[in-house]
Design a binder for this molecule. Structure first.
Ligand SMILES: Nc1ncnc2c1ncn2[C@@H]1O[C@H](COP(=O)(O)OP(=O)(O)OP(=O)(O)O)[C@@H](O)[C@H]1O
Ligand SMILES: C[C@@](O)(CCO)CC(=O)[O-]
Ligand SMILES: [Mg+2]
Length: 403
């Protein structure tokens, strides 16, 4: 590609409880996934900026000179990330030929890139750097697993590192490194600004998981690592019904504005579910009556799924998912923004392989993708090419070659 190439990655996430309520200041519990988004950035001197997004069939390239307007449009301080103003968004839309109100996958991804590239580069340079960026993800796009946050976190980490606003740590023996805590905070803050362009009004939970990984409790902007959490077995199902987080989040806000005394208590109840879930997970770690604790976790899942339907983010595909797993005495709820996308099903430590297989078969027969997942992937990381899994490395090389 170029003389200086960096590869970063960030994990997707599942929200156990608290989606949507967290946007309104309630508690959410989220864990990172072992599915990641990878970004390769190469600084070059060919006077061009290229972004290749194969998951969404998009590859765009501009003369750096054509992007110089970003320097005057975006007056940013790299150490104090701020949101794009309406005027700036309008200029970016106009430049990229994105009509007002257009929320398709490609438009949102490009808007997010242009703002982060402009804001991070413009704040410390007089001319914009020439670069080639390739983003490829193992996560399904727009399915509730935090693909937008993983994309924003990767862009923020790569642009800040390429710009030397944060250090470029030297990979250790295993070839993967993380940044220092204050640098992670800066990555997270910029990623949050990227999420704003994609989501409209994000809570910040998804980019926090993408940045720090692991399991965390998120409450009104406060990020608290969850240390007392057992190894959970989770079946992840993608209904493949497309939806937009931005639209769903806006829908809940409208409902809350219209019926504050009806929807408000439901959001409070979701908050209480997250807190009860946290206590129950800690009880399992402490070895307290695991059998009963799992029964509580299952009941919390059922109650929350009903609440999410009431606030308008359910979908018939998700109802069918819950019914299909209930036939095997398993409990499911949507995860992420809902409206289709993915659901999670809790498996007990002793759920037998035959039950898991039968559930998977039933879900596959309905046209859904379904897999038992590992949770707790590490947060945003910088990789040496040799440390990447072979299939990921080969894929990035192949995609680079066909640019
Ligand atoms: N691999 C990718 N390449 C380019 N753009 C991506 C990629 N992954 C996500 N995006 C951007 O993120 C948007 C999807 O974000 P959205 O928030 O709707 O879904 P999600 O993040 O997968 O789900 P949730 O927010 O519920 O966890 C896409 O429309 C696209 O703009
Ligand atoms: C629906 C939502 O709560 C989670 C999306 O993964 C939105 C957010 O928190 O930004
Ligand atoms: Mg998202």
């Amino acid at each position: 590609m170029t003389d200086k190439t960096l590869i970063v990655s960030a994990p997707g996430k599942v929200i156990l409880h608290g989606e949507h309520a967290v946007v309104h200041g309630k508690v959410a519990l989220a864990v990172s996934l072992n599915l990641r988004t990878y970004l390769q950035i190469g600084l070059c001197s060919n006077g061009r900026v290229q972004i290749n997004l194969p998951n969404i069939d998009t590859c765009l390239s501009w003369e750096s000179a054509a992007l110089q307007f970003l320097l005057t449009t975006i007056d940013a301080d790299v150490l104090n990330p701020k949101a794009a103003s309406q005027e700036q968004v309008d200029k970016l839309r106009q430049f990229a030929g994105i009509p007002d109100g257009c929320v398709d996958t490609r438009s949102l991804a490009i808007l997010c890139f242009l703002y982060l590239y402009g804001a991070i580069s413009a704040s410390s340079r007089y001319c914009l750097p020439s670069m080639e960026i390739l983003v490829w993800s193992e996560l399904p796009t727009g399915a509730g697993l935090g693909s937008s946050a993983a994309y924003s976190v990767c862009l923020a980490a790569a642009l800040l590192t390429a710009n030397e606003s944060i250090a470029c740590p030297v990979p250790e023996e295993n070839g993967t490194v993380r940044w220092a805590e204050d640098e992670l905070e800066l990555i997270n803050k910029w990623a949050f600004q990227g999420e704003k362009l994609i989501h409209g009004n994000p809570s910040g939970v998804d980019n926090a998981v993408g940045t720090w990984g692991g399991a965390l409790k998120y409450h009104a902007g406060k990020i608290m690592p969850l240390n007392r959490i057992p190894t959970l077995r989770i079946l992840l199902t993608n209904t493949k019904v497309p939806r937009s987080t931005k639209t769903l989040v806006a829908g809940v806000k409208d409902k809350l504005n219209k019926f504050p005394s009806i929807i408000g208590p439901i959001l409070n109840s979701i908050d209480a579910i997250s807190c009860e879930c946290e206590r129950t997970l800690a009880a399992i770690v402490a070895g307290d009556s695991t059998e009963e604790s799992y029964a509580v976790l299952e009941e919390l899942i059922d109650i929350n799924q009903h609440h999410l339907n009431v606030i308008g983010v359910g979908h018939s595909s998700l109802d069918r998912l819950c019914q299909a797993t209930a036939l095997h005495s398993l409990h499911s709820k949507l995860t992420g923004a809902g409206g289709g996308g993915c659901g999670i099903t809790l498996l007990r430590p002793d759920t037998s392989p035959s039950v898991v297989e039968a559930s998977k078969r039933a879900l596959n027969d309905m046209g859904y993708d379904c897999w038992e997942t590992n949770i707790g992937g590490h947060g945003v990381s910088l990789h040496s090419p040799s440390s990447l899994q072979r299939d990921v490395s080969q894929l990035l090389t192949r995609l680079t070659d066909c640019q």
